[in-house]
Design a protein around this ligand. Structure first.
Ligand code: PGA
Length: 253
């Protein structure tokens, strides 16, 4: 059985005081939740603060980062390495987010290097895939996600891929308030799972966590979670408020 996972992508939001407050409020609201894995992905500047809070308070909340470089160290001004994240007990890292692809020109090749580096440092990548509106209207959704998936996983072993998390995030649904239809998202996610099966094994495909992302809210989360192939959500805007994020985590009501 795949255990649902709900991750909050804070993007470029929250000072240290705001982030600490959010995690404290959230941990109180979700303290009885055992059947969902909960991850928060704050910006780099406050990872240390949130990591310390998690270390002392031991809430049922895990820590993720939003990006990283593929090298462990070196002359890469402004970058953060997997070793540095590991040092802060970061367990997850979002890779290939459409905002990184679009605004920071991350290619599939760069994402592939980062994915391999994450596995090397035993950090679970949350690999984002998704088509643009133009690609969707041209009927290319399956082709686009297949390309992104296979390129990102080039050279990844069967052992490593067991620690992979995939987030299907149609670009047109991110931050727009226009979420996908749950059945459509499920179709694409079923396809992604089949692709994992063809590249690796049916057993790996069966255990593969695939999340949906794009304008998830407390109001629509349940409709996604009833779909058989959707294992959770990557949440942006609605994860910035403890009450709204906790309602998403408690999607069963
Ligand atoms: P959103 O962002 O929930 O604000 O649409 C999702 C994401 O970018 O991961």
């Amino acid at each position: 059985m795949r255990k649902p996972l709900i991750a909050g992508n804070w993007k470029m939001n929250k000072t240290l005081a705001e982030g600490v407050r959010l995690v404290q409020d959230l941990s109180y609201l979700v303290e009885d939740v055992e059947d969902v894995d909960i991850v928060v992905c704050p910006p780099f500047t406050i990872l240390k603060g949130i990591s310390t809070l998690i270390e002392y308070d031991k809430p049922n909340i895990k820590l993720g980062a939003q990006n990283m470089h593929w090298e462990q160290e070196g002359a890469y001004t402004g970058e953060i390495s997997p070793l540095m994240l590991k040092d802060l007990n970061v367990e997850f890292v979002i890779l290939g987010h459409s905002e990184r692809r679009r605004y920071f020109f991350e290619t599939d090749e760069i994402i592939n290097r980062k994915v391999k580096a994450a596995f090397k440092f035993k950090i679970s990548p949350i690999l984002c895939l998704g088509e643009s509106l133009e690609e969707r209207e041209a009927g290319k959704t399956f082709e686009v996600v297949q390309n992104q998936l296979f390129k990102a996983l080039e050279g990844v072993s069967q052992e490593e891929v067991k620690h992979l998390i995939i987030a299907y995030e149609p670009v047109w649904a991110i931050g727009t308030g226009k979420s996908a239809f749950p059945e459509d998202a499920n179709d694409t996610i079923r396809h992604i799972r089949a692709l994992i099966g063809s590249k690796f094994t049916p057993e790996i495909a069966k255990n593969q966590l695939v999340l949906y992302g794009g304008s998830v809210t407390p109001e629509n989360i349940a409709e996604f979670m009833v779909e058989p192939d959707i294992d959770g959500a990557l949440v942006g805007g609605a994860s910035l408020d403890a009450v709204s994020f906790s309602r998403i985590i408690k999607f069963r009501g």
